[in-house]
Design a binder for this molecule. Structure first.
Ligand code: PLP
Length: 473
């Protein structure tokens, strides 16, 4: 079947044959330089990055501080192996991360220790291993089961694909994934799955009960923990949970002595307008273990981190004494430290909140007001901070009659946005539990985006949505 993204006048074969890189079946435009949210392509066109790459870039391109930090650090000390030597930027970055968790009601730090890794998948792989090691070394070796959620994404390694339930990304690997130790409960997706007549509290209680039932089915003393993204990114597009949901899920973990684990790879490190998403979108409940990446390095560093509570840190300290996960590289802490310092010194969490609210207000006005062309197709606009999801409804009778070339509306929209000078992330899958319906995309510009830039992003986005709709009619 020809790809719906094949440009007019180019044969499918040529389209697919032009790529010699590994991530896309075709050769995407080549970026040659960038400044702030603007990226210049090889043909001289300037496009706006409306999604910070993949919700990574939080300062835009070319911010002088991380660039300077990288240059100075490489001159001073380019590499040491982290099992032999630590280094100043890594120590300072770990302190910034541990402090960023704040304190609990007794005045104790929510986070006690931090491990630094090379990216998001490695962070979540490390989270899985740390959680297992914690129980293995603290006298509960029977605990082996993880409970995560349908419509989630936790990374692209075999263990993290097993942990998450993202049907499209799992499909080719299903037979080699681990089905024994990784289990799944319903997502928290009120707009799709809350039953008619059910209050928000009843919906949350239903989800809490389902988690408790899963604990009981597996045997509560075999469960390592519950894992979730506070605001779901790739699978359902900047989707927050109903109020009280995370408090309820955490209470089940605590009742059975299991760990409450959050994946903040995409929604964390300031993306939601607070340093950690759980501080604003997770009922304020600190996790026992948390993975972060993306905004940690802001595109200036390939880096991830694992944060853990004192209880988890002590379990490992009093066991073998060291966390057994560790890869060779930890090269980029100076850049990441500079990114975190800029977020603080330029007050970018506040800007992310203010401009993010403005972005959502404009999107709602232009896509959902009664006379808007896109109104019948726009199912939901949700998110917070500088992380917004727009979901289009391909299941409503109004929309189902249109020809969206195999239901890939969001992918077609992503291609159209690029033609109109805007980079977005489009995803398919999400409206049903199999992940085969529903089309959504994410807008997540850099935290330092200006009001005028927000207006331009929305203008290009809405124009693209309207063009795709008109052409499908
Ligand atoms: N976890 C979540 C929630 C993500 O969104 C992602 C990537 O999008 C990952 C883990 C994997 O991170 P990476 O792509 O850096 O390996």
């Amino acid at each position: 079947m020809p790809s719906p993204l094949t440009p007019a006048g180019v044969s499918e074969q040529t389209f697919r044959a032009t790529s010699i890189l590994h991530r896309t079946p075709w050769r995407p435009p080549v970026a040659v330089s960038g400044e702030g949210i603007y990226i210049t392509l090889e043909d001289g066109r300037k496009v706006i990055d409306g999604v910070g790459g993949a919700a990574v870039n939080c300062l835009g391109n070319g911010h002088p501080e991380p660039v300077k930090a990288i240059k100075e650090q490489v001159d001073k000390l380019s590499y040491v192996y982290n099992m032999q030597l630590s280094n100043e930027p890594a120590e300072e970055l770990a302190k910034v991360l541990v402090d960023s968790g704040g304190k609990d009601s007794t005045g104790r730090n929510n986070f006690e220790l931090c491990g630094i890794v090379a990216g998001g998948s490695e962070a979540m792989e490390g989270v899985i291993k740390l959680a297992r090691q914690f129980f293995y070394e603290s006298g509960q070796p029977k605990r082996k089961n993880f409970i995560a959620r349908h419509l989630s994404y936790h990374g692209n390694t075999v263990a993290t694909l097993s942990l998450a339930m993202n049907p499209a990304r799992r499909a080719p690997y299903e037979v080699i994934l681990d089905h024994d130790n990784f289990h799944h409960v319903s997502p928290a997706y009120a707009k799709r799955f809350q039953k008619p007549g059910e209050s928000e509290e009843q919906y949350v209680e239903r989800l809490r009960q389902e988690l408790e039932d899963k604990f009981i089915e597996l045997g509560p003393d075999t469960v390592i923990g519950f894992v979730a993204e506070p605001v779901v990114g790739a699978t359902t597009g900047a989707l927050p949970a109903p109020k009280g949901y995370f408090k309820a899920m955490r209470s089940v973990c605590k009742k059975y002595g299991a760990l409450y684990i959050l994946d903040e790879v995409m929604c964390g490190m300031g993306r939601m307008g607070t340093m950690h998403a759980w501080q604003s979108f997770g009922d304020g409940e600190a996790p026992d273990i948390q993975g972060v990446a993306k905004g940690l390095g802001g595109g200036y560093a390939s880096i991830g981190a694992i944060l853990m509570s004192k209880e988890v840190a002590d379990g490992v300290r009093n066991g073998s004494g060291f966390w057994k996960h560790g890869h060779t590289y930890q090269l980029t802490c100076a850049a990441s430290l500079a990114v975190q310092r800029v977020i603080a010194s330029e007050n970018l969490l506040e800007n992310a909140n203010t401009q993010g609210q403005y972005l959502a207000e404009l999107l709602r006005k232009k896509l959902q007001s009664p006379n808007a062309i896109a109104a019948p197709y726009t199912f939901d606009i949700r998110g917070g901070g500088m992380f917004w999801g727009i979901e289009f409804d391909l299941t409503s009778p109004d929309v189902a009659k249109l020809d969206f070339k195999g239901g890939q509306f969001a992918m077609i929209l992503q291609a159209r946005c690029l033609l109109n000078g805007l980079i977005i992330m489009g995803f398919t899958g999400g409206a049903n539990l199999e992940g085969t319906q529903g089309n959504h995309c994410i807008l997540a510009p850099a935290y330092n985006v200006t009001r005028a830039e927000v207006e331009e992003i929305v203008k290009r986005f809405v124009e693209s949505v309207e063009e795709v709709i008109k052409e499908s009619n």
